[in-house]
Ligand binder design. Structure first.
Ligand SMILES: *Cc1c(COP(=O)(O)O)cnc(C)c1O
Length: 378
């Protein structure tokens, strides 16, 4: 018998009532019935994004909303500052380059968070910058950025701050309005507990002014069209009807628990996994670790890819391996969305056994015990 424990930082498990909602017979989207689902989902998105602005829903994976941000805010030849401290920061740079945007990179060594002062210096050196691209949780390294401080720096200039919160939203604190984050993008398959297929974007007045000031190169991702359609609770193209229905259900889980409690739960799971990592004498890869996932540095002689494969084959436990330059060097445990303390104990105990099976000397129970001490607190 095989049972699967999906503990990856996207996709993440989907609650059963959300799965059932998405299995309901198809309805047409130009109906009052669908509009009610869409309006409810949009209201709940505002709660999770901590914003009063409209949050637009696109039918695409998270990268679609990233592309929409670049295509609508910038034209070829214009300049953007891109924080690159991992695979997803690099993606901002690649997207900008695809649109002919001139990129001023801020390269941060993988595992570290960008220093907001570096953003300030880059802005001072390049005053014609239109946008700064950053990442809340850099999923490839497990690092969380100080978005609040970066927003404070960018707000003093004519540039807008664009934050990829695809994996961080609902796990790491992000106060879109209070911190003055101009553009936030997210995706459905991480903290929002849905299958992949939806992405989200919200823009400040300052950002909408930039959008209005140039003719977007985008057609499917022309955000002005989404904004206009939103006035009548509509979308310019056929929405992913079943996913939007599931979205309402999933976000009601967050509303019922309360966003502060949801964030506190992620913090607690993260603390447990970090304690467990240190308990089994391994090291955390991220200097500023996110509450969405923990990147565990592999000890000498242990190949992270082999370990991840072993855990899948032996226990049905799905962790994520390292990407790009971190291939084999780290293993990533998600504590994101529909996951619990019990899931983390499964991850840690199977990790102990996996390390042992791969020939690494580990005292069984030391990781689990350290996590239990965290989870045993009232
Ligand atoms: C998952 C993820 C993405 C990419 O999203 P897709 O849904 O695969 O397009 C982008 N940025 C971050 C930080 C992510 O975690």
């Amino acid at each position: 018998m095989k049972k699967t424990y999906l503990l990856t930082p996207g996709p993440t498990p989907v609650p059963p009532d959300v799965l059932l909602e998405m299995a309901e017979p198809m309805i047409h989207h130009r109906t009052k019935e669908y509009q009610a689902y869409f309006q409810e989902a949009t209201r709940l998105l505002q709660l999770v994004f901590q914003t009063q602005r409209e949050v637009l829903t696109l039918t695409s994976s998270g990268t679609g909303a990233m592309e929409a941000a670049v295509a609508n805010l910038l034209a070829a030849g214009q300049q953007a500052i891109v924080v690159r401290g991992g695979k997803f920061g690099e993606r901002w740079g690649e997207l900008c380059e695809a649109y002919g945007v001139r990129v001023v990179p801020i390269d941060v060594s993988w595992g570290r968070a960008v220093d907001p002062a570096a953003v300030q210096q880059a802005l001072a050196k390049h005053p014609d910058t239109r946008a700064v691209f950053a990442t809340l949780c850099e999923t490839s390294t497990g690092v969380v950025s100080d978005v609040r401080a970066i927003a404070g720096v960018v707000a003093k200039t004519s540039a807008v701050l664009v934050v990829d919160a695809i994996s961080g939203l609902g796990a790491d604190e992000l106060q879109t309005d209070a911190w003055g984050v101009d553009v936030v993008v997210a995706g459905s398959q991480k903290g929002l507990m849905l299958p992949p297929g939806l992405s989200f974007i919200t823009l400040s007045d300052k950002a909408w002014q930039l959008v209005a000031a140039h003719k977007p190169i985008a057609y499917y991702f022309n955000l002005l069209a989404y904004r206009k359609a939103m006035q009548t609770s509509d979308t310019p193209f056929t929405p992913a009807i079943s996913l939007v229905r599931g979205l309402g259900k999933a976000l009601r889980w967050i509303e019922r628990e309360g966003l502060p409690a949801v964030l506190a739960r992620h913090r607690r799971l993260a603390e447990g996994v970090r304690a467990g990592t240190l308990g089994m004498r391994l090291q955390l890869f991220a200097a500023q670790p996110s509450n969405a996932l923990t990147a565990i540095a592999m000890p000498a002689g242990v190949d992270g890819e082999r370990l991840v494969r072993w855990l899948r084959d032996r226990f049905g436990v799905w962790l994520a391996e390292g990407q790009a330059e971190l291939k084999g060097k780290i293993v990533r445990v998600a504590h994101l969305g529909y996951m619990t303390e019990a899931d983390m104990l499964v991850a840690l105990s199977s990790l102990e056994l996996g390390l042992q099976a791969l020939g690494h000397s580990v005292t069984l129970g030391t990781g689990v015990r350290a996590a239990e001490e965290v989870f045993g607190r009232p």
